[in-house]
Design a protein around this ligand. Structure first.
Ligand SMILES: Cc1ncc(COP(=O)(O)O)c(C=O)c1O
Length: 392
């Protein structure tokens, strides 16, 4: 394809790391995962990181962990404020744990939650806010955290799309009481499949470690605040303390994670150089609403929403992209309220959801990659110029 949606960020080193792991014959979660977790925590300046087999699993484990903290655990029926646009597995664990969702619209330019509506979203049952930085672009995480602190709410940051982004010098994925990352293929770094749960709380970290691993004490450090150890005997070796899952990562994923982490800064710098070109070519053109950077974006990809005042339909534009061999997709899966799965949810919306629906109906994204995309971005501009004549 001339301009792909996603591409591999791997080189020889990742393949060598996998080969070494295979030779060592240690395949299930072990020292390579542990090293990667430590490196990841150090890189993002947090106390703890626990890896699991996907970003979606990380979200599931993060939500589950908040149900088991000693002080003020979440309870079924509690309300959660969420943005109307995000990936499906931002929401599914909330539904699975019996929470009630209050959807808030997004800003059309940043694509992130409209924080001016937070007060209207708050009710006596609100216990948590879910923050999502869409496609590399930091949400107003400082405002969200201050709101949560003011009202005694948990902030859960699903940072699966925005590794390497920051706001006010603080990395995205570190603003929440608990935070998640994805290392799926095409993300800022890839471990094939993978995700991380990150926090500064020892209790949350230990809960996450138990929940990802059968609800078992095996991977929980000794002296943990989450359970009383008993004298070591047979029963103590198989001690299940929580209703957990098996969402452990493979050692190969941990080994590749360490290699990829060392490339992350260079990879994000390359993405940002592409973004400069994209913004230069599209900013200020009223036909195309592009994502407005807030803080420092790690530019997962490039989004365009066709100005709703134009008569041109998205289909005409995406047909032109198909002809030009340019890949595209819905922006982060679109407005979640438009998906069939929402019928299983207990939810309501705060006011009218206008912008998430516009993004759903008139938006799309094209890829960004950690290499020079000048010819692709220039061609995109030509194709869109022809498909959307001025004044259309
Ligand atoms: C916001 C968000 N949350 C969660 C996920 C799930 O991550 P994974 O694909 O690793 O399960 C994604 C996937 O890209 C995402 O965009």
């Amino acid at each position: 394809m001339f301009y792909e949606l996603a591409s591999s960020t791997w080189g020889r080193e990742e393949r060598d790391a996998i080969a070494k792991q295979l030779q060592e014959d240690r395949l299930t979660m072990g020292p390579a995962v542990r090293s990667f977790e430590r490196e990841f925590a150090a890189k993002f300046g947090v106390a703890h990181a626990a890896m699991c087999n996907s970003g979606s699993s990380a979200n599931l484990v993060a939500v589950a962990s908040l149900f088991h903290v000693k002080d003020r655990p979440l309870q079924r029926g509690d309300e959660v404020i969420v943005p109307a646009l995000s990936w499906a597995t931002t929401y599914h664990p909330l539904q699975q744990y019996g929470l009630r969702l209050r959807f808030v619209d997004i800003e059309l330019d940043t694509l992130n939650i409209d924080v001016t509506q937070l007060e209207a979203a708050l009710t006596p049952r609100t216990r948590m806010v879910v923050a999502v930085s869409i496609l590399g672009n930091p949400a107003a995480l400082d405002v969200l955290r201050a709101f949560c602190d003011r009202h005694g709410l948990y902030l859960f940051e699903d940072n699966c799309e925005s590794m390497g982004a920051s706001l006010g010098g603080k990395p995205c994925g570190t603003f929440g009481h608990i935070n998640t990352f994805s290392t799926f293929y095409s993300h800022h770094m890839s471990t094939m499949e993978g995700g991380l749960i990150v926090s500064d709380s020892e209790e949350l970290d230990h809960l996450a470690r138990a929940i990802r691993n059968h609800g078992w004490t095996r991977d929980v450090p000794s002296g943990s605040p989450i359970y009383e150890a008993r004298p070591a005997d047979m029963a103590e070796l198989y001690r299940f303390i929580l209703p957990g899952y098996n969402v452990r990562p493979l050692e190969m994923c941990g080994a590749v994670g360490s290699v990829q982490l060392r490339k992350l800064d260079a990879s994000i710098a390359a993405r940002r150089r592409n973004a400069e070109r994209f913004v230069r070519l599209f900013a200020g053109d009223a036909r195309f609403i592009i994502q407005r950077e807030h803080g420092v974006s790690s530019w997962f990809c490039f989004t365009i929403i066709l100005n709703p005042e134009l008569t041109v339909e998205r289909k005409q534009v995406t047909d032109a992209l198909v002809r030009a061999d340019i890949g595209f997709r819905m922006i982060t899966g679109g407005c979640f309220l438009r998906h069939d799965a929402v019928k299983y949810y207990d939810y309501d919306s705060v006011g009218e959801i206008v912008n998430a629906n516009l993004a759903h109906d008139r938006g799309f994204f094209v890829g960004n990659h950690p290499r020079d995309l000048a010819p692709q971005i220039d061609r995109l501009r030509e194709v869109l110029d022809a498909a959307v004549p001025k004044g259309a």
